[in-house]
Design a protein. Structure first.
Length: 155
């Protein structure tokens, strides 16, 4: 699919790929949005914020999980871009993915934004691919899983 970049809107967003380790198993927090797609928490960047600030603020707002429950222990940032058409308008989306650890699974804090989020769940790493629809997101997830396994099992 070829697009004329001059006529195209460019959107930037930041995603967090939150994970939690328990008993040597890696779990990932997945969200189901109102349009029925599943994935990781994501947001558009506000003009006054950098990508990390946007991601952390929106993560708290959309999940209810406080910022101090997230360990931003890595500056590993994966990037991706893709093209789509919405209401006849061509859009290029540029996405940054942060890999952040949850200190624990605090189910009592989970309070999804009801107008945006249908469901939030913790999914074992071997099942995450069953929930992800888009190939580019599955590819990013494979890279994240490889990185985390190599990091965690070095310790």
């Amino acid at each position: 699919m070829l697009f004329n970049l001059v006529e195209m809107e460019i959107q930037k967003s930041c995603w967090i790929i939150p994970y939690f380790v328990k008993d040597d198993k890696i779990y990932f927090l997945l969200i189901k949005w109102r349009h029925n797609h599943r994935g990781f928490p994501k947001w558009h960047i506000e003009k006054w914020e950098d990508c990390k600030q946007t991601a952390l603020r929106e993560f708290q707002e959309e999940t209810g999980i406080p910022a101090d429950f997230v360990i931003m222990d890595t500056d590993i940032v994966l990037e991706d871009d893709y093209f789509f058409t919405l209401n006849g308008k061509k859009i290029k989306k540029i996405v940054k993915y942060f890999i952040w650890e949850l200190k624990d699974w605090f189910e009592e804090y989970i309070k999804p934004q009801v107008w945006e989020i249908y469901e939030i769940k913790l999914v074992p790493s071997e099942k995450v691919g069953d929930y992800l629809e888009f190939k580019s997101l599955k590819d990013i997830f494979s890279k994240v899983l490889y990185f985390l396994k190599s990091k965690l099992w070095k310790q």
